[in-house]
Design a protein around this ligand. Structure first.
Ligand SMILES: Cc1ncc(COP(=O)(O)O)c(C=O)c1O
Length: 380
């Protein structure tokens, strides 16, 4: 099987990720942060180590500002609903995933306004539009770093500067870029950074985190056991306990730590360059095939390792089915939970066939995809 669905979740994972999950479960699978025995302490250390690794990768000064969640959706909901209050205004883009758009839309009924900036047909945002949309009640700009439909990279450093100058909070959805692109929360003025652990960070599913800038009051959703301040009937306010009620996915978090260690060892530049080379090669070959339509920038300098195409007017799901069943190639079709992005690029009716290239893909994988697409094109 050629796996080209890394934009949904990365697969395979580095061997050390599998080893870390198994090691945790078999050798110190106790409940972290609860009991005081050796095994519980070891489990707790596994979690803290991952917190520190995340802090290192994203230049977060205090690892305690990293809150573990189940996925990016969890992190985005906490950031959006935990910050915005009645009378506030939030700015976002038409290239967002539903994990940003749905929480924002749901807040309309609570008196929270939104402006969705229309991006161009390649998914690029004009930062002037963001500036112009800022009003006296604007509380937050929520922006994806990389589109999960076209890979289009957003100018988050520039937007961070705009947000800081306007005294507006900046939430970044790094689901498609974390672990591949350099994200520095300080240099980019990011107040809230939402990430899944299971994509570019190479960790297991069921992991994710939200970075919350120090002294930012984000309302928690859950109250419950934290293993701390058990004598009190109210939720502790200290970080990260305030947001981490209930038993953690400790084996998953240990695996996530191993994924980040792998990234730090390889280096972001090497990872990005490998994905960039494969992406550009794929795009250049696709350009030669009729009637393939490629969406997005078509330039690996301006997009992540996500390539969306259609073949004439063929149904994208049908093409994905043929790739899977006849060629053993795994891709994703349809709207990729980002309906406005498809409206933006003009593929709302058809959806697209999305190829998500990962660090473990090879040129041979891309060649197999090209041969398959050529064969499908010759038969329609
Ligand atoms: C840009 C973007 N944001 C958010 C998400 C949601 O991530 P998760 O499935 O980890 O909740 C995804 C997942 O595909 C994504 O691509």
């Amino acid at each position: 099987m050629v796996y080209l669905d890394n934009a949904a979740t990365s697969y395979p994972k580095p061997e050390k990720v599998y080893d870390a999950v198994l090691d945790h479960m078999k050798n110190f699978g106790a409940n972290p942060g609860r009991s005081g025995h050796q095994l519980a302490l070891q489990a707790g250390r596994g979690i803290f180590k991952t917190r520190e690794l995340i802090a290192k990768l994203f230049n977060i000064e205090n690892p305690m500002q990293v809150v573990f969640t189940c996925n990016a959706t969890d992190s985005l909901n906490l950031a959006i609903k935990g910050v915005l209050k009645e009378g506030d205004h939030v700015i976002t883009s038409s290239m967002e995933h539903n994990s940003v758009l749905r929480p924002i839309k749901s807040l309309e009924s609570k008196g929270i306004e939104n402006t969705i900036i229309q991006c161009d047909c390649e998914g690029f945002i004009n930062t002037k539009d963001i500036k112009n949309a800022i009003k006296s009640n604007t509380k937050m700009i929520a922006l994806t770093h990389g589109s999960n439909v076209t890979g289009t990279i957003m100018p988050i450093k520039e937007v961070g500067k705009i947000a800081k100058e306007a005294n507006v909070l900046f939430l970044v959805d790094g689901a498609q870029t974390g672990g591949i692109y350099d994200i520095d929360v300080n240099e980019m003025n990011i107040d809230l950074l939402a990430l899944p652990g299971h994509k570019g960070l190479m960790g297991p599913q069921g992991t994710g985190f939200l970075y919350i800038r120090e002294n930012l009051n984000v309302m928690h959703f859950k109250e419950g056991g934290t293993g701390s301040k058990s004598e009190e009937l109210t939720q502790p306010q200290m970080m990260p306990d305030r947001y981490e009620s209930g038993t953690a996915n400790a084996p998953g978090i240990s695996g996530l730590g191993a994924g980040i260690e792998f990234i730090l060892k390889e280096g972001l530049e090497k990872i990005r360059n490998h994905e960039k080379e494969l992406t550009q090669y794929f795009i250049d070959e696709l350009k030669k095939i009729e009637p393939v339509k490629i969406y997005g920038p078509k330039d690996a300098e301006k997009q992540g390792a996500v390539v969306s195409i259609n073949i004439g007017s063929e149904d994208s799901s049908e093409i994905a089915y043929i790739l899977d069943s006849a060629f053993n190639i795994a891709v994703r079709s349809g709207l990729h939970c980002a309906p406005l992005a498809h409206k933006t690029i003009g593929s709302f009716e058809q959806g697209t066939v999305r190829f998500g290239i990962g660090y473990f893909n090879t040129k041979e994988d891309i060649d197999k995809a090209i041969v398959a697409i050529k064969e499908i094109c010759s038969e329609i």
